[in-house]
Every structure is written in structure tokens, then in C-alpha cells.
Design a protein around this ligand. Structure first.
Ligand code: NAD
Length: 316
């Protein structure tokens, strides 16, 4: 397993991180016993970075992950979040995020997390996040309840503005760097690099679009993007190639990202995704996939408050 330092922290995270949102049935109903086996298998094969949130399954993912980590807590770097509690439920106040961390620690069965992140900053006010939420997280860090702090979200410009305005240890963006899109490299990585902020890339499979099963009903991408996903799945099936493997390899090859998070809840997916770490990318296949995806390449949708949104939806 390759480990990379997360920015200026002393956390050495595995190149593939375990995204635990599926433990809260984010994509489909997950079997908790199988999910526990998946967590154990991942740890036994060197995956040490786990990412969760009270939002995933409305606390179910944290509960299940906490149980699965029983007796294994010291073998993992554990990240959770605060500020988002439902599809339309947000509270970034000092009072709520302070209570939220205690609730998360209780569910996770631990007395500290390695990384506490503000979840989906675009649903908050820039000034509140910078002046109230992040200083509160620093205070929680001072109290020893979180070793490091970070921010997560979709709009890259807001994430960049925040990390320039206030000191954080990590930044997580999702659906902004994978086979379908690479604008994280233009709008976030240069700023993060300059500041030494650790970078986490989430949703290497574009939240299911780059899989055989396809996108869940709630996926925010428009029909053109979903259809392009289906087209690449068919192309890969025709040649007996596993699309998820090609998609993950593309993300693992990123030079600066410390960890790529992949949502997992089965031992089969953990096994497949671990094998990708040993594989090399196939330039001809990458080119074919890029041609198929070109009409929707770098497509973005809006997320959060209009003033925090990146830009109009564009098909380049
Ligand atoms: P993803 O792109 O990782 O896709 C997950 C889906 O792919 C799931 O349905 C999973 O079962 C499936 N999958 C995994 N491996 C597979 C394989 N080998 N073959 C076929 N299907 C496979 O999307 P994600 O789960 O949303 O992102 C990963 C993680 O990143 C999340 O679990 C979460 O921890 C984090 N994340 C954070 C934020 C945020 O903080 N705002 C947003 C998105 C994701």
C-alpha cells in the first residue's frame, strides 16, 4: 500500500481511502455484516483512511463504522464531518458543531477523530464558515477531540476562497477529478499546494455513474452525463474491461492528491479496488474513454446557495 502525507499534517493516509457513505445506505441498501467484513478486509490490506459523516444514513454510517472499528480504532485514520445533517438540514454554528462532534465520537466509539471536516460548505455562509465554524473546529482540536481540521464541498472556488482566508489542514472535493472531469486541477490544487493544505479527492466513480449499476436516483448530474456513463460502461463490457478499474487507476495516478476516497460496502469491491493499486493504466483505453466522454467532459452542476455556486452548468 502506498501512503501519502496529508498536506502539512503528520497523517500518512493510504492512496485509496474507504468512503463510508454506503454504510448508511447512501447508494442502495447495504448488508451491515458484509459491510463490517469489508471494513476489516480493507484494514487488513493496509487501507487506513476512513471517511464518514453524521449525514450519511442520518447517523447510520457512523454507527455501523463505529461498530466495525471496535478493537481496530488504533489502526485507522478516522475522518468525520459536521454541519450537514440531512438533505436540507444544515447548521454550521459553534454550538451545533461542538455538540455534533461529541455525538459522532459516541457513535464512532472513540474519544477523538483524526480529521474533523466542515461538511458541504456551499450550503453555509462564507463569513460564518470562516469566522465561526472553523475557529470552533480549531478549539475542538485544542481540546484534543480532533487531531486536524478540514473543509469539504463541491464548488471549487468557494473551497479555494476558504482555504486562502483561514487556516485549515485539509480540503476534500468530490466529483471534480475523475474520468469525467478534471477541473479540480485548475481551481483547487494550485491553491492547496501553495498553502500546503492536504487534498482528498472523493467520488472517483462519479458517485456511481462510472459503474455497471449506474447512478442512484438522487444523483444531481443531468441526463447527458448519466447517458455518457452508460455508454462507457457498454464500451468496457464489449471489450471485457472493468470500467471501475480504469476509473480508479486514473485517480490514483494523480501526483498531489493524498487519498482518493471510494465508497465501499462489500468485500468484493474492496478486493477489486485493492487490485487496481497493482495495475498500470492503459493509455489506449484511457484515450477511447476520453473520446466517449468528451461531449460531457468537465460538466458541473450547481450545489448549495447560489452565491457559493461555481458557475453556470456548461457542456464543453
Ligand atoms: P464513488 O464515486 O466512490 O461511488 C460509490 C459507488 O461505487 C457505490 O455504489 C459503490 O458500491 C460503487 N463501487 C465501489 N467500488 C466499485 C467497484 N469496484 N465496482 C463497481 N462499483 C463500485 O462515490 P462516493 O461514495 O460518493 O464517494 C466516495 C466517498 O467520498 C464517500 O463515501 C464519502 O466518504 C466521500 N464523499 C464526501 C463528500 C463530501 O464530504 N461532501 C461528497 C462525496 C463523497
Amino acid at each position: 500500500m502506498e501512503y501519502r502525507k496529508l498536506g502539512n499534517t503528520d497523517l500518512n493516509v493510504s492512496l485509496i481511502g474507504f468512503g463510508a457513505s454506503p454504510l448508511g445506505n447512501a447508494f442502495h441498501v447495504t448488508d451491515p455484516a458484509e459491510a463490517t467484513r469489508a471494513v476489516h478486509l480493507a484494514i487488513d490490506h493496509g487501507i487506513n483512511f476512513f471517511d464518514v459523516s453524521p449525514y450519511y444514513g442520518l447517523t447510520l454510517a457512523e454507527e455501523r463504522l463505529g461498530k466495525a472499528l471496535y478493537g481496530r480504532r488504533d489502526r485507522v485514520i478516522l475522518a468525520t464531518k459536521c454541519g450537514r445533517y440531512g438533505p436540507n438540514t444544515f447548521d454550521f454554528s459553534a454550538k451545533r458543531v461542538t455538540a455534533s462532534l461529541d455525538e459522532s465520537l459516541n457513535r464512532l466509539g472513540t474519544d477523538y477523530v483524526d480529521l474533523l471536516q466542515v461538511h458541504d460548505v456551499e450550503f453555509g455562509d462564507f463569513s460564518q464558515i470562516v469566522e465561526e465554524t472553523i475557529p470552533t473546529l480549531r478549539e475542538l482540536q485544542r481540546l484534543g477531540k480532533a487531531r486536524y481540521i478540514g473543509v469539504t464541498g463541491y464548488p471549487l472556488h468557494m473551497l479555494s476562497r476558504i482555504i486562502e482566508a483561514v487556516s485549515v489542514d485539509s480540503v476534500l472535493s468530490y466529483c471534480r477529478y475523475n474520468l469525467m472531469i478534471t477541473d479540480m486541477d485548475d481551481a483547487l490544487i494550485p491553491v492547496a499546494k501553495k498553502l500546503g493544505v492536504g487534498t482528498i479527492n472523493a467520488s472517483a466513480l462519479h458517485m456511481g455513474i462510472l459503474t455497471e449499476r449506474g447512478a442512484p436516483a438522487w444523483h444531481p448530474a443531468p441526463i447527458e452525463v448519466r447517458q455518457a456513463g452508460k455508454a462507457v460502461v457498454e464500451h468496457c463490457n464489449e471489450y471485457g474491461i472493468d470500467l471501475a478499474t480504469a476509473a480508479l487507476r486514473f485517480c490514483f495516478d494523480h501526483a498531489y492528491v493524498s487519498s482518493t476516497l471510494v465508497g465501499m460496502s462489500t468485500t468484493a469491491h474492496v478486493e477489486t479496488n485493492l487490485k487496481v493499486l497493482q495495475a498500470t493504466s492503459d493509455p489506449q483505453l484511457q484515450e477511447e474513454l476520453q473520446i466517449l466522454l468528451k461531449p460531457v467532459f468537465n460538466y458541473v452542476w450547481s450545489s448549495g446557495k447560489p452565491e457559493n455556486s461555481d458557475m453556470e452548468c456548461l457542456i464543453s
